[in-house]
Design a protein. Structure first.
Length: 191
């Protein structure tokens, strides 16, 4: 199922969005399946805020989305050209791949003791547009308390999180389940 090409409904300018994220601010935004909680993947305070909001254990790691592979490259080890080309043929899609993480990543992002990072160029046009407007890749973890049901509407986001995050409005892509997670190297499907 392809996601709807809904426009992102920013309640702030792209400049203010970038400033919010760089200060460690957290956002909620629509993805293929549900709303995601996002932050700057290179912001320690942003990642800590996501973990606090979700009440999520630090060791799990997080997914990062980008508007294209080029936006995700700084978070990854150098990829062989054939791998880059194969990824570009797979994306955009509701398919997350585990790839070798750059050595400089914050441990909250990749997960304690892990060497791979979960990345995706989403099928959701609005999520890709948001990454482009933010001028950075974004953390993309489901918008819910750890173990709870993911928020699928703006109203559910407000009920669970109130004003603790900046809400980027829009409709989710209509998928019935979260993105698949695949280890690129082994081909093992983890979700």
């Amino acid at each position: 199922m392809m996601s709807r090409p809904d426009a992102v409904r920013l309640s702030v300018s792209p400049h203010r969005l970038r400033a919010h994220l760089r200060r460690g601010g957290v956002i909620a935004y629509p993805t293929e399946f549900c709303y995601g909680i996002g932050a700057d993947p290179q912001s320690h305070s942003g990642l800590e805020a996501v973990l606090r909001l979700k009440k999520r254990p630090q060791h799990k790691g997080m997914i990062v989305i980008g508007h294209g592979l080029s936006q995700l490259r700084p978070l990854l080890q150098r990829l062989p050209e054939n791998v880059s080309q194969a990824l570009c043929e797979q994306w955009p899609a509701a398919k997350t791949f585990l790839l070798p993480a750059a050595n400089v990543l914050l441990p909250q992002l990749r997960g304690k003791g892990r060497t791979k990072l979960a990345v995706r160029v989403p099928d959701s046009a609005s999520a890709r547009t948001l990454c482009r407007l933010a001028a950075m890749p974004l953390v993309s973890t489901s918008c819910n308390r750890s173990g709870g049901r993911p928020c699928r509407t703006e109203r559910e986001v407000r009920r669970q999180f109130g004003r603790k995050l900046l809400l980027i409005g829009g409709r989710t892509g209509g998928y019935r389940r979260p993105s698949a997670i695949v280890d690129w190297e082994s081909g093992n499907v983890l979700r």
